[in-house]
Write a protein that binds this ligand. Structure first.
Ligand code: AMP
Length: 216
């Protein structure tokens, strides 16, 4: 059986997480979302959560040493054997090198790097209307995917929030960080013939079919 080992790439708010979860359902493989793992650590006030918070609030990348450690631990779990989707990692050359090392040790290789393409203008508009569940991490959009009850998570009933880093000034900074630090990784993966592009504007109800066509 062909195992999918996918990295999601794309600017913040382009729809990486949404796609990752649809792919996870389609192929029965886990999503490893560093942003959710870090937000969980901040909530639980773990040692690295306390360190990560300031970076996250201002839209900076959390130090590689912390993120690489989290991913290395997670990649050691048994469910990763059936494939995986990395959502939000790697985001720097150092992280991509660390990932290469982890995969080499495991004796496996990536199969796809799914690059979500979307303009800054649409991203800023989209993130200002995004609402997130701080408990189960479900994502909503006030227009395209509103919760059934205003400001309340459909899944777990928690009160939805606008993430601090989804405010426009922070979003603009995150886009800059993406362009300066993360975007260049696409070139590296293009050389390996791994990159497949997906248009960030495809509406939610067409995504399942689109992703199935793209990944086979
Ligand atoms: P995200 O939900 O993926 O947009 O991530 C939210 C924030 O978590 C980012 O702005 C970073 O501060 C931090 N973060 C998530 N993934 C990483 C990563 N791979 N490297 C460094 N920081 C990360």
């Amino acid at each position: 059986m062909f195992l999918m080992r996918i990295v999601m790439m794309g600017p913040p708010g382009s729809g990486k997480g949404t796609r990752a979860h649809i792919i996870s359902e389609l192929y029965g493989i886990p999503v490893i979302t560093t942003g959710d793992m870090l937000r969980g650590a901040v909530r639980e006030k773990t040692e690295y959560g306390i360190e990560a918070k300031a970076y996250m609030d201002r839209g900076d990348l959390v130090p590689d040493s912390i993120v690489n450690g989290i991913v290395m631990d997670r990649m050691g779990k048994p469910d990763v054997e059936k494939g995986f989707i990395l959502d939000g990692y790697p985001r720097s050359v150092n992280q991509a090198d660390a990932l290469d090392g982890i995969l080499k040790k495991m004796g496996i290789e990536l199969t796809h790097v799914l690059s979500v393409v979307l303009s800054d203008k649409v991203i800023i508009e989209r993130l200002s209307k995004r609402r997130s569940c701080p408990v189960c991490n479900e994502i909503y959009h006030l227009i395209s995917k509103p919760p059934k009850k205003e400001e309340v998570c459909d899944k777990c009933g928690a009160r939805l929030i606008l993430r601090k880093d989804d405010k426009e000034t922070v979003v603009r900074y995150r886009l800059l960080v993406y362009k300066e630090t993360t975007h260049q990784l696409l070139e590296r993966y293009e050389k390996l013939g791994l990159v497949v592009e997906t248009d960030g504007k495809i509406p939610l109800d067409g995504l399942r079919v689109h992703l199935k066509e793209l990944l086979g």
